[in-house]
Write a protein that binds this ligand. Structure first.
Ligand code: ATR
Length: 273
C-alpha cells in the first residue's frame, strides 16, 4: 500500500499542501500519496482516527483544528506544547506525535531565504493569537536583541509573556506602547492580512532598512505591507516561504529526506503588487 498523508481543515479546498508535498515527493523520488481532507467542524477527531485506522502515516492540520490536533497528541513536542497547537502529526501504533512547524518555517524563511539573521536584531510581532504563539519560541532561540509582541487587546499579549516565561523574554503591550521604538523585522501575525484593516502602528516603528513580513500568503500587497511601503520600507514579503518551509520540516520529519524549498517557493509565489 502506498504511504498515505493528508492535510485536514475546514474549509480545505484552498490548501496548497497537496501541491507542495507532491512536488517534494517528486523531487526526492519518494513514493507517497498526499490528499486534502475536509473534516466537519465538530468531527475532526473521528475523521482523523478513520484516516489512522486506514493506515495513514501522518497529517498536517490547518484551521480550525490545530488546537484539537494538539489535544489528541500522545507525544507533543515542545513546539506544539508551548503553542498549544499542532500543525503536523505522525502516527505510530497508538501514538500520535505532534509538532508545530509554523514558527521554524517562519524563521527559516526569514533567515535563509530573505537573508535576515535575527540574532541581535529588534523583532516585533503584531498579534497575539495562535500564529504568534507558534512563532515565539523559534524566534527567541535565535537570540534577537528584543522580541516584542503588540496586540489590539494588550491583555492577550501580556498573557503570552506569562505563558512563555522561562522560554522567551517578551516585551508586550498595545500598539500605542510602541511609540518611540523601532524594529528591524516587523511581522504581521494578525488576521488583518485577510481584510482591509490596517494596524495602528506608530510612526517610525519601521527602522531604516527594516523588513516587513506578512504571514498571510498569496494576497498581494496587504494593508500592512502597503503601510510598510508608505513608511519607506524597501523589503516586504508575504508568508509563501513560511508555508513551504514548514511543509519541508514536516516532510523531513516523516520521510527522513529534506527537500529543496527554493523551486517550490518560486512556483507558488504570487507577485506582491
Ligand atoms: P490566529 O490563530 O491566526 O493567530 P486568532 O487567534 O483569531 O488567529 O488571532 C487573531 C489576531 O489578529 C489577534 O491578535 C487579534 O487581535 P485581538 O486579540 O485584539 O482580537 C488580531 N486582529 C484581528 N483583527 C484585527 C484588527 N482589525 N486590528 C488589529 N488586530 C486584529
Amino acid at each position: 500500500m502506498t504511504d498515505r498523508y493528508a492535510v485536514f481543515g475546514h474549509p480545505i479546498v484552498q490548501s496548497k499542501s497537496p501541491l507542495i508535498h507532491g512536488l517534494f515527493a517528486q523531487a526526492t523520488a519518494q513514493t507517497l500519496e498526499y490528499t486534502a481532507i475536509e473534516a466537519p467542524v465538530d468531527g475532526f477527531a473521528a475523521v482523523l482516527n478513520q484516516f489512522r485506522a486506514a493506515g495513514g502515516l501522518g497529517a498536517n492540520v490547518t484551521m480550525p483544528f490545530k488546537l484539537q490536533a494538539f489535544e489528541l497528541a500522545t507525544d507533543p513536542a515542545d513546539s506544539a506544547r508551548l503553542a498549544g497547537a499542532a500543525n503536523a502529526l505522525k502516527f505510530e501504533g497508538d501514538r500520535i506525535w505532534a509538532e508545530n512547524f509554523d514558527g521554524v518555517g517562519l524563521v527559516n524563511d526569514l533567515q535563509l531565504n530573505l537573508g535576515r539573521a535575527l540574532a541581535g536584531k529588534r523583532v516585533l510581532i503584531c498579534g497575539a493569537g495562535g500564529a504568534t504563539r507558534g512563532a515565539i519560541l523559534p524566534i527567541a532561540q535565535q537570540k534577537p536583541a528584543l522580541l516584542a509582541v503588540a496586540n489590539r487587546t494588550a491583555a492577550t499579549a501580556h498573557q503570552l509573556a506569562n505563558d512563555f516565561s522561562g522560554h522567551a523574554r517578551l516585551q508586550t503591550g498595545g500598539y500605542e506602547a510602541l511609540a518611540g521604538e523601532c524594529f528591524d523585522v516587523i511581522i504581521n501575525a494578525t488576521s488583518t492580512g485577510l481584510s482591509h484593516n490596517t494596524l495602528p502602528l506608530p510612526f517610525g516603528v519601521f527602522a531604516p532598512g527594516a523588513l516587513a513580513y506578512e504571514m498571510v500568503y498569496g494576497k498581494g500587497l496587504t494593508p500592512f505591507l502597503k503601510q510598510a511601503q508608505a513608511a519607506g520600507v524597501q523589503q516586504v514579503a508575504d508568508g509563501v516561504g513560511m508555508l513551504v518551509e514548514q511543509a519541508a520540516e514536516a516532510f523531513a520529519w516523516w520521510r527522513g529526506v529534506r527537500p529543496d524549498t527554493a523551486p517550490v517557493i518560486k512556483q507558488l509565489t504570487v507577485p506582491l503588487v
